[in-house]
Design a protein around this ligand. Structure first.
Ligand code: GLC
Length: 549
């Protein structure tokens, strides 16, 4: 049966629930708050929502450490609120994606509690190893968050593997019983009516046989032995065959260190096991592999990442397009300019919204929220940030180390959404669980609702345009002036329509460049962020979209 692939026509909005909107006044965002804002999300032109985890969790990694896969955390409103949200989403013709986190659980999950006591059938649900005779750890892998990937468990008298925080033990996916559990989880939510899953670090679930040492790698030693491991395609195909193929749903896989060629093995529409992939290349134009190794922003790196994926997936697979999510600092602070916040926010929006694929927006991106910069490091909540602060650049002064966190931390993008200029930015009537960025009086939704030229309204126009143009869905992509360090220019073409997108990424005026074969005299200027577009000069961060039809 031909898959419907309705996700290709959609735009998604990612909710990181703790900081989205508090509906019950306890200071933490929840599903009651989401319910209040469904019309707002729809008004952006978004027709789908991805929820970062909302399951019961001790919160060691803000919900990515799950203690029960088949429930909704009481602090988010429990099942009662969830069913209301799900109905509300569907009543608006929208779709809902859950986060599926099955590389690991919380150490407080019942499975882990039983596994550490060797209670069957849970004994081999996790990856346990005895200490080596010489007292060394079972192998040399590093965790992604907190030092070594092994922690000793007194109860069981063995080490367990955790590729993330100490409180996130890795599941043993080679155990068929664990794969059955994953299928149960998938069916549970699909039967309830959810429309798909974003699959957390899913490319890590199959570890190399024997868990061999890894050679030195600049970051995350071990990654080559567990990312895209030996049985990954087999396990994903099993989930698809046994569950996903029986529902009208779609899957989106998070995949660290993946390039288009490898991605096609997962997402090729002919024989892939999943539908779209969250790649990280578009996030490394100002760092080396990770935000924790920051560099200057290189526009050419950003363009190359965008174009590589556009060219190489063309006709074979579908791109997931994004600039922000809960794992990276805010994009204006990184690739744009806080001084030209509105202008660069608009140029960034255009840079990705007219590519081929399904765009995702992260809460607050649509109003141009910028990085949060705490006064002291102990204000950070995130486990990865705290570990990095405590263990890197120790010879540098506390100020320098703190500044580095401002640029690198995920918490820079996890402060509450700024709804209005009232106390706590209208996020909560209680005491917010996390700090509100002090700039909320200037940057907030209410103010931008009132301003027709705001970034918020620009996003609305850009999304509406994208949806109205056949060329955005079907057109071929071409990048122009790829060696330019100031401009990102691309076109999209079908037989009937042609689109030219021009984005300036400099805070100076710069010369307008038009690729040959594009005659502006016959084009319609359908979107712009500067009034009085000049034929020869672009203002700082100016962006324009031209259409021929
Ligand atoms: C993914 C999530 C991130 C989480 C990690 C461990 O990268 O996006 O937020 O901390 O996996 O689950």
């Amino acid at each position: 049966m031909e898959r419907k692939r309705w996700y290709k026509d959609m735009v998604f909005y990612q909710i990181w629930p703790r900081s989205f909107k508090d509906g019950d006044g306890d200071g933490m965002g929840d599903l009651w708050g989401v319910l209040e804002k469904l019309d707002y999300i729809k008004s952006l032109g978004c027709d789908g929502i991805w929820f970062s985890p909302i399951y019961p969790s001790p919160g060691a990694d803000c919900g990515y450490d799950i203690a029960d896969y088949m429930d909704i955390a009481p602090e988010f409103g429990g099942m009662e609120a969830f069913r209301k949200v799900l109905d509300g989403v569907h009543a608006r013709g929208m779709k809902l994606l859950m986060d599926l986190v099955v590389n690991h659980t919380s150490d407080e999950h019942e499975w882990f509690q039983k596994s550490r006591q060797r209670i069957d059938p849970y004994t081999d649900y996790y990856i346990w190893r005895p200490a080596k005779p010489n007292g060394k750890l079972p192998n040399n892998w590093d965790s992604n968050f907190e030092g070594k990937a092994w922690t000793w468990d007194e109860v069981r008298g063995e080490y367990y593997l955790h590729l993330f925080a100490v409180k996130q033990p890795d599941l043993n996916m080679d155990n068929p019983l664990v794969r059955e559990e994953v299928k149960k989880i998938l069916r549970f939510w699909l039967d309830m009516g959810v429309d798909g899953f974003r699959e957390d670090v899913i490319t890590y679930i199959s570890k190399a046989e024997g868990l061999p040492n890894d050679r030195i790698f600049p970051i995350y030693k071990g990654m080559r032995k567990y990312n895209h491991g030996p049985h990954i395609h087999e396990y994903l195909a099993e989930f698809k065959r046994d569950v996903l193929d029986h529902y009208d749903c779609f899957t989106l896989a998070e995949a660290p260190l993946v390039w288009p060629k490898r991605a096609l093995k997962y997402i090729d529409e002919k024989d892939g096991q999943i539908d779209m992939m969250i790649q990280f290349q578009c996030q490394t134009a100002d760092c080396l592999f990770t935000d924790y190794l920051p560099t200057k922003f290189h526009l050419r790196k950003m363009k190359k990442a965008f174009s590589d994926w556009q060219y190489k997936l063309d006709g074979r697979a579908w791109n997931m397009l994004y600039l922000e999510n809960h794992d990276h600092p805010r994009i204006i602070s990184r690739y744009g300019s806080e001084q030209y916040r509105e202008e660069s926010g608009k140029s960034l929006a255009v840079s990705y919204l007219f590519q081929q694929g399904t765009p995702f927006l992260y809460q607050g991106q649509e109003i141009g929220m910028i990085n949060w910069r705490p006064e002291s490091a102990d204000m950070y909540e995130d486990v990865q940030t705290r570990y990095n602060y405590e263990h890197s650049n120790l010879k540098k002064s506390p100020e320098v180390r703190l500044r580095k966190m401002w640029r690198s931390s995920r918490d820079s993008a996890r402060t509450p959404v700024q709804w209005d200029d009232s106390e706590n930015a209208g996020f909560t009537t209680g005491k917010p669980w996390f700090h509100v960025n002090e700039n909320y009086r200037e940057i907030n939704v209410a103010a931008q609702e009132r301003d027709p030229d705001s970034l918020l309204n620009f996003y609305r126009s850009a999304i509406a345009l994208r949806k109205s143009l056949d060329v955005v869905r079907h057109g071929s992509y071409r990048e122009h002036f790829h060696s330019s360090k100031k401009l990102y220019v691309y076109s999209r073409s079908t037989d009937r329509q042609k689109l030219l997108v021009i984005c300036s990424f400099t805070d100076r005026e710069t010369k307008m460049k038009v690729p040959s074969g594009f005659d502006l005299a016959n084009a319609k200027l359908i979107l712009q962020n500067c009034k009085d577009a000049d034929s020869s000069t672009l203002k700082p961060y100016e962006t324009r979209v031209y259409l021929w039809e």
